[in-house]
Each structure stands twice: as C-alpha cells, then as structure tokens.
Ligand binder design. Structure first.
Ligand code: MN
Length: 225
C-alpha cells in the first residue's frame, strides 16, 4: 500500500448485467460520427477525420440515478450514444484486431452544456467545462460483447422520440474508431469510448425523463432534477 497522504479517490465503475462491475479508467468521446448530426451542427461530414474529447471517469452516473441539472448553463442537451468498454488496449491497434479489445457495450448519454460549448467553439477554447462536468455521463449497465450486435439507437424524452437512428450509420465504425484513437493515445483496459450521437440533439429541462436504448445492448434511464 503506497504511503498516500490523503485517502485515495474511489474507483469509478459501471455495473455489469448479471453481476459485478467494470472499473472505468478513461472516457473518450468521438465528435460528429453520424452524418445527419454533423449537418445539424453546421458541418460537412464528408470532409472530416474523427476527433476526440474526454470526460472524467468519475462523471459516470449509474443505476438509473437522477441527474442534477448542472450549474452555469441554460441549454443542457442530450446526446444518445453507443458506448464501447475495453478489456485490453495498446497503441497502433489494427482495425482487424480492434474488436478483441472490446469487453462489452452500454447505452450512454453524453450530456452537454451546449451554450458553453458554443462559446468555447467561438473563442477557440477547450470543451472540458461544456462536456466534462459532474454527472455528465448517465450510462446503462454494461453487457458483455459476445454475441451482441448493437442496432437501432433511440432516445425518448417524456415518452416522445427525440433521437432515432442505427449504429450501422456510424461514419467511423467501432473498429475504425479504436484503431484511429490508439494512434493518438495508448488505450488500456477500463477505457470507455462514446461513439458519437445521431441527429436530434435538443435541450432538456428539470423533471424530464430520458430513456435511451441501443437494441441488443440495453437502456439508460435518467431523470433531470
Ligand atoms: Mn457526443
């Protein structure tokens, strides 16, 4: 046991379907990975390489817990996403090799202070406070990848469909994303990768109930309070 001068932080983790939990090391997120979402944000999806940002591991919100409406925003947006959980990692992973690093999947929400993100984009500043705030990562329990084929992705707010697409429409597939990301950083067991959101992002209010599903994977449920 190292001679820590304060108690070590608690390990962030996500429950696993059927028992146990998955320890979270880092959370990587892909920007603009569905063509229609790139267009709704004012970009041309045919002209961009994938790009990434991160969220803190301890921003995960699990077990259907309520999400407190965050401070310093008046425009909190939902982004419904397929999440990939890695059981191993490396650098310069090939596309052909990428899937053997995947432990499982989850349905997750990349919650975003859209107003702060807009200001950051305009000023050429980092997105951290727009994306990486406390409780900004509501996520379902993880399901082991074996035999799972993620399909339709959908988000309902108060029972009304807001986002509806299919993981097949990802611009950069899961293996392509893992391969490209592993050129930028060394991936490790415990890393989560949010693969990007389809079109239909919009604001939520206190009291709203968000229910997101990825067919074959599971559902994330969170109330904004
Ligand atoms: Mn996102």
């Amino acid at each position: 046991m190292p001679d820590y001068v304060i108690p070590p932080p608690i390990q962030a983790a996500v429950p696993v379907v059927g028992g146990g939990s998955f320890p979270v090391r880092r959370i990587y997120c892909v920007g603009r990975n569905y063509a229609e979402h790139a267009r709704e944000m004012g970009h041309d999806p045919d002209r961009e390489l994938p790009f990434f940002f991160t969220k803190p591991a301890d921003a995960v919100l699990t077990g259907g817990a309520d999400m407190p409406y965050p401070s310093m925003t008046a425009d909190l947006h939902h982004e419904m996403e397929l999440v990939v959980a890695l059981q191993s990692g490396g650098t310069d992973i090939s596309e052909a090799d990428a899937m053997r690093h995947v432990w499982g999947y989850a349905a997750g929400l990349d919650m975003t202070r859209r107003d702060l993100q807009g200001e950051a984009k305009k000023a050429g500043r980092p997105w951290d406070m727009a994306k990486g705030f406390d409780h900004s990562v509501p996520i379902s329990d993880l399901v082991a990848a074996h035999g799972v084929a993620p399909g339709r992705i959908e988000l309902r707010v108060n029972g009304v469909v807001r986002q509806s697409s299919d993981v097949a429409k990802l611009i950069w597939s899961v293996p392509e994303t893992i391969a490209y990301l592993s050129k930028l950083v060394r991936l490790e067991a415990g890393d989560l990768v949010f693969t990007g959101t389809p079109e239909g992002v919009a604001a939520v209010q206190r009291g709203d109930l968000l229910e997101g599903t990825v067919d074959g994977v599971g559902s994330v449920r969170v109330r904004i309070v």
